[in-house]
Design a binder for this molecule. Structure first.
Ligand SMILES: [Fe+2]
Ligand SMILES: [Fe+2]
Length: 303
């Protein structure tokens, strides 16, 4: 959360929304991994609540603010009617539940884990920019997804809280958005950059941070801004050192470097996984956080 302390809002305020043809989901508040939303649905809409295998402990709570809906029982023989003031929630759900609205309905929706960013509109816009970058530089195809996957695994291995893991996942996915401003010539250049060109490249974390700062409900700007900073101060854009670099950025630094080393780039061929691991291990404590590198090694060895 960017705002802290008491936050007062009017009934029409929200942090982000998703508008679909027959329903609208608004995120009202988020913090400590919990999200509070409203879900408005037109009459006659069928909707399901699915088990989430990745988050088995997920709880989802729904309170009917307005309207009526019915729940289709497991044997599909009976409909149970629910109306204003009624509520239902799921815990360790094993099979999908099916509901249908009998009138225009408004639900208060509380999720015990962050889920809104999968569908939020601002998130969708950032996804589009990621796709644009892949078009500019085909060598980076799948890079942000792989960096996200590896960063989250390292974060889990290091025992980060689910709130920090959610932030890490978003930051890792969007860490290179600022590359959209780097010209195709520089991005695809098959030989060493001039110092002027390198200055332009060094600016991309600042632009990436501006993009993620547009997501109003989650604060990942610093993580993105610092993903090229290195422990000894040799990184960019600010030459931060050691603990000045947040842990999440130190995690992405390792995942990002590993993926870059093991993929072909315009200016060089890929290294083998073993060579890349060796290189990262040799720089642990100098450029990369030693604890992060240790967790990275455990993750890689498990796979
Ligand atoms: Fe980057
Ligand atoms: Fe990257």
């Amino acid at each position: 959360m960017k705002q802290t302390g008491l936050i007062l809002q009017t009934g029409t305020d929200y942090l982000d929304k998703v508008t679909l043809k027959t329903s609208e989901l608004r995120l009202l508040a988020s913090g400590d991994g919990i999200e509070i939303m409203t879900h408005e649905l037109e009459k006659g809409i069928t909707f399901d609540i699915y088990p989430d295998e990745a988050n088995p402990s997920l709880m989802e709570f729904f309170y009917i603010i307005e309207g009526e809906l019915e729940y289709l029982t497991k044997d599909s023989k009976e409909f149970i009617k629910l109306t204003k003031g009624d509520y239902f929630y799921t815990k360790e759900l094993k099979e999908p539940c099916v509901f249908r609205t009998l009138s225009k309905t408004k639900l208060l929706y509380i999720s015990s884990q962050p889920i809104f960013h999968y569908i939020g509109e601002s998130y969708a816009k950032l996804h589009l920019i990621n796709e644009e970058i892949t078009k500019k530089d085909p060598y980076t195809k799948g890079h942000s997804e792989r960096v996200q996957d590896l960063s989250v695994k390292i974060g889990v291995e290091m025992g980060l809280s689910r709130d920090r893991i959610a932030k890490l996942a978003i930051a890792a996915l969007f860490h290179d958005l600022g590359k959209i401003f780097i010209s195709d010539d520089i991005l695809g250049k098959p030989y060493k950059l001039t110092s002027d060109e390198y200055e332009i490249v060094k600016h991309h974390p600042i632009e990436s941070a501006k993009y993620v700062n547009a997501i109003k409900y989650i604060d990942v700007g610093d993580i993105v801004l610092q993903h090229h900073e290195r422990l000894d101060g040799s990184g960019y854009p600010y030459g931060l050192k050691g603990d000045e670099i947040c842990l999440e950025a130190r995690i992405i630094a390792v995942a990002d470097t590993f993926d870059a080393m093991t993929s072909d780039r315009a200016y060089r061929n890929r290294l083998s996984k073993e060579q890349a691991i060796q290189e990262i291990v040799s720089l642990a404590g100098k450029l990369y956080d030693k604890d992060v590198v240790d967790a990275f090694l455990r993750v890689i060895n498990n796979e």
